[in-house]
Design a protein around this ligand. Structure first.
Ligand code: ME8
Length: 610
């Protein structure tokens, strides 16, 4: 059986996952599911990147040991995958024994090639992206990705002779136009490779949360080298399974880490004598009000909350359809609602429901005798052929558009046959129409399965059909006499909530208007020493940070608060609680029906609450 190996990046579990992480997993899942339907033996990996200084510091901030911290945080990423119906075959964690063994093995191989030597690294480092930066790549002296201060490092380390592989990588990219996609990202890497490539520092000594080097236990493996090797661990390097699945067919990653994958990873593989992956597909960022969602900036949108509010499949659909694959795309709740209401409910849901209820009500749930409309079947076949080609080329947004156009076509067809009127005057025409429409519903049910698996499973049940594969998806092969089940609504429309009306008796007084109430993002949370109840929160407003002390430790573990939004009063006289100055007061926040201290939706930090 032909194989297909697709991976996502493995996420830093320094904070809870946000919509950007969900996006990458959903896109990879669409491709993995499509390939499985086509009959490929698929390995789909995702997971968490758990070593390094960033994680060690995040753990320290909330008073936990790194291992205890990553166990807790990694489970949130796994939970997200399960919630979003991500059909991963392996959720890999870099703290697992199997990975540590492979990482050490690969390091030994690099040494055997003569590509590792000892030296002193003297330069700049951004802990947020765990990356070394030459001075000239900084923007206003800050990390070009996170716009945060970089640290000066001077320490003994082991270097990897990355420079040796510059020409090989260049030639590989030039000879294989599909190696890095989309083209814009490929050009970026090609242009950066015009500059001489430096050797890479691949060990650290000033902290210990990592994999000790087999040759020198004082050093731990640089977290990026450690993380990239996960792509080998997950397929069981160096076993037969590895031999079957390597090279990877697609590494799916975001645009901030294309250099690490296209250049660092390629040179590590070349040094160890392994083949390069077939494709590295670089997707864009999910943005909100023009800004990239980011853990470090505290701009996070909780995908689990959205999935619960709008349904998992509506969220999956929105992400693939709204964000052209390979480009950046904006998230807004209005946008999500609009796609759900006007495309999923009004077009797809409406077509399916009309056809199946008509079959149920007028034909007792039995597909009527009739004639297949060959013209329609050919038209559908052409679109499906196009969608299939697009999926092969990883153009998932366009593929989804093609398939959804068939739902629109179905509505048109149903409408033009007018079966509700024709049933008396022309029962034969009505039967033909229904036979063809049921078949079109079947086509949609299979073709949309990679995008909206649970909806399509429910639809398959209604159609009394087993989805077995992609082959023949376009065929109108549901025969007259086939029985369908009772139709159910696939998508419920969701209207924006009306603003709550103030209850009588509660007036806003002039005095209350004097309070300056703002929305802020929690960037740090820790216990106040010597107190059971108090937490100290660092809250980021638009241009400033405030320390807020609140007696909520009984109800909120500090790590749950990081990345959440809170409502605070900022123009109070500062007060000292257990020796810590509180520069504001935490208020309750209203999030839909829920009243609590935090909200998951993202409003720009610093926003004034009226
Ligand atoms: O970079 N929109 O982890 P990470 C879309 N551990 N994708 C986004 C995004 C956004 N707003 N924000 C982040 C790491 N991502 C490393 C990877 S792989 C061997 C090691 C994407 O948690 C990001 O581009 O910072 C990356 O592909 C993934 O989420 C994990 O990011």
């Amino acid at each position: 059986m032909a194989k297909f190996y697709i991976s996502t990046a493995i996420d830093y579990p320094s904070m809870a996952p946000h919509l950007g992480h969900a996006y990458e997993k959903v896109c990879a899942d669409v491709l993995a599911r499509f390939k499985r339907l086509q009959g490929f033996e698929v390995h789909f990996s995702t997971g968490t990147d758990e070593h390094g200084l960033k994680i060690q510091r995040s753990a320290e901030r909330i008073g936990k040991k790194p291992k205890e911290f990553v166990d807790l945080m990694s489970s949130k990423f796994e939970k997200l995958c399960d919630k979003l119906n991500i059909s991963y075959d392996d959720f890999i964690r870099t703290t697992e024994k199997r990975h540590i063994e492979v990482a050490r093995l690969i390091f030994e191989k690099l040494g055997q090639t003569g590509d590792v030597y000892k030296g002193v690294y003297d330069g700049l480092y951004c802990t947020e992206c765990e990356t070394f930066y030459p001075e000239k790549e900084l923007v206003d002296g800050k990390c070009p990705v996170h716009r945060q201060k970089v640290e000066r490092l001077k320490e003994e380390c082991y270097f990897f002779r990355m420079s040796k592989y510059q020409n090989k990588i260049l030639r590989h990219i030039e000879k294989n136009p599909d190696f890095i996609q989309p083209e814009g990202r490929r050009n970026e890497i090609l242009s950066r490779l015009k500059e001489p490539l430096k050797d890479l520092c691949i060990s650290r000594t000033d902290f210990d949360w990592g994999i000790p080097l087999p040759i020198d236990g004082k050093h731990i493996l640089y977290v990026w080298a450690d993380a990239l090797i996960n792509y080998l661990t997950t397929i069981g390097y160096p076993t037969d399974k590895f031999k079957k699945f390597w090279p990877a067919d697609v590494h799916l990653i975001g645009k901030d880490i294309s250099w690490h994958h296209c250049v660092i990873w390629s040179s590590l593989l070349l040094s160890t004598g392994l083949q390069l992956p077939k494709k590295i597909f670089v997707h864009g960022f999910v943005t909100y009000k023009g800004e990239k969602l980011s853990k470090s900036k505290g701009l996070v949108i909780d995908p689990i909350h959205l999935a619960e509010e709008y349904s998992v499949d509506a969220l999956r659909y929105f992400l693939v359809r709204e964000i052209s694959f390979g480009q950046d795309g904006a998230f807004s709740e209005e946008g999500l609602r609009a796609r759900l209401n006007t495309e999923l409910a009004d077009v797809l849901g409406n077509f399916v429901h009309r056809v199946l209820t008509f079959t149920q009500d007028r034909f007792g749930g039995k597909v009527p005798e009739g004639k297949i409309d060959k013209e329609l079947e050919t038209e559908v076949g052409e679109r499906i052929g196009k969608a299939e080609k697009l999926l092969e080329e990883l153009k998932i947004t366009q593929a989804l558009e093609e398939i959804m156009a068939l739902a629109g076509r179905g509505n048109e067809y149903f409408q033009s046959c007018r079966p509700w009127a024709a049933i008396k005057s022309d029962p034969k025409k009505t039967a033909d129409c229904i036979l063809n429409c049921v078949n079109l519903v079947k086509v949609l049910c299979i073709a949309l399965q990679p995008f909206m698996p649970s909806t399509c499973d429910r639809l398959a049940e209604q159609l009394n059909l087993k989805i077995t594969g992609w082959t023949g998806v376009e065929k109108f092969d549901i025969k007259p006499g086939h029985r369908i089940q009772k139709p159910l609504i696939l998508f419920k429309k969701i209207q924006p909530q009306d603003p709550p009306q103030p209850k009588s008796g509660l007036a806003t007084t002039k005095e209350l208007n004097k309070l300056d109430i703002r929305i802020g993002n929690v960037t740090k949370a820790e216990r106040v020493q010597g107190s059971e109840k108090l937490l100290k929160l660092e809250v980021e407003l638009a241009n400033e940070r405030r320390t807020i002390v609140a007696g909520i430790a009984d109800h909120y573990p500090p790590e749950e608060l990081i990345g959440k939004q809170v409502v605070i009063v900022i123009n109070l006289e500062p007060v000292k609680l257990m020796g810590v100055k509180s520069e504001g007061m935490l208020l309750a926040a209203v999030d839909g029906e829920k009243i609590s201290l935090t909200v998951d939706r993202s409003v720009k930090s610093g926003t004034k609450v009226k």
